[in-house]
Design a protein around this ligand. Sequence first.
Ligand code: HEC
Ligand code: HEC
Length: 369
Amino acid sequence: MYKKMVAVAFLLAVSLPGWSADMANGQRINKSCALCHGAHGQGASGKLSPRIAGLPKEYIIKTMKDYVEGRRVYPLMVRTSQIDKFTERDFEDVATYLASLDLSSDAMFDIQASFGDAAAGRKIYKSDCRTCHNKDGYGRPRKEAPPLAGQHAAYLYTTMRGFAEGHRVHANDDEDDTFEDYKDNDFINLTAYLATLDDARIVEGYAFEAPVYRASLARKPQTELDDSIQITDIKQTVVRMALEDGVTTDMAEEAMIAKAEEIGLKKVAQQKVSKFLARQDVKMPHLSIFQFCNPLDARLMVMADPVFSSYMPCRISMVEDANGKLWLMMLNLDMLINSKLLPNEVVETAIRVNQQMLDVMTAGAAGKT
Ligand code: HEC
Ligand code: HEC
């Protein structure tokens, strides 16, 4: 009997990493991360979306706090996922969930780099990086050094340049001079070598399956987070953001249009539904719909699959709820981002468009660009 209990306890500890975390809550929170990092934290090959699946839990938590506290800078992420409002438990839950997603054996998620001299990169790695990031490139928790294997090449390259230029502190050490003497070619070669490291873990025929966690009934589904941004699972996923206090519909409209122009999105239409009806003496809460498009992105997606035209143009609606509160809402392009079968450049475009639309929404909600 005793033996059996030990065996069960052991199994639990192994099969449920971080069993004290609420995986359902982690999975729920991850829906907002998925806007930019993909449903499984897989990231995209562009520099704007690192892979976060399978990173150590401690590193994910530390990093999120770095963004909140300004040691690393990416305000759109803080704003979109509201990580500055997370409880310790939220950090723990989402980090445990993401850390549990191991994509490294699935060839579909293999990192590749089509440039550089991997052999030259290997030399540098062996002499300057291996002690901390480990022989296999999967990091050393004791040194707080994260995995570099399995990380997207463009992100690694940009990040290393950032270390050299002082935009980000490497090795948690202001005095660190690891990257000072490297030339651009060294970064390219290192990146090429790092892209080979995940090959060792690939298991032929293995296909990653995302786990599904059911929320326990004991935990109430609504937290204070849900008040200002919410990703709702209806048939398609919707992202919504409340207008900040004091921001009028005119201010939001102006800010959104200015932001869109700034980042090269074309405003192709605007329907003032409630104003239109008001002229016919029909009353309703505020509703206006803004449509944006980047013709080159539209081209790429429609060539990949005509079905994506149903998402076009990208829309943001400004809508008033029964309590008079104003919201901005849009469809998440998650179907595009999260389909493993789509070509890389389509996923990357979808993530970028999502980020641009979020940028426009964020400007609208704040009433300023
Ligand atoms: C608006 C897009 C966006 C959203 C939403 C977002 N992220 Fe990020 N995230 C990024 C970008 C872009 C970076 C890289 C920024 C940089 O270069 O420092 C990043 C970086 C990270 C990193 C650091 C990765 C590394 O290897 O150091 C972690 C961890 C992370 N995000 C976790 C999350 C989690 C967890 C969520 C959801 C709670 C989330 N992100 C939501 C865009 C986003
Ligand atoms: C003294 C230990 C140490 C050495 C040596 C070291 N690193 Fe790091 N590295 C770290 C630590 C710690 C971090 C995490 C920093 C943080 O938390 O922001 C890191 C982070 C990184 C990151 C960012 C990863 C991410 O996901 O954002 C890259 C890229 C990186 N190192 C590359 C290298 C390369 C290439 C070398 C060799 C040229 C190297 N490191 C040598 C400790 C080290």
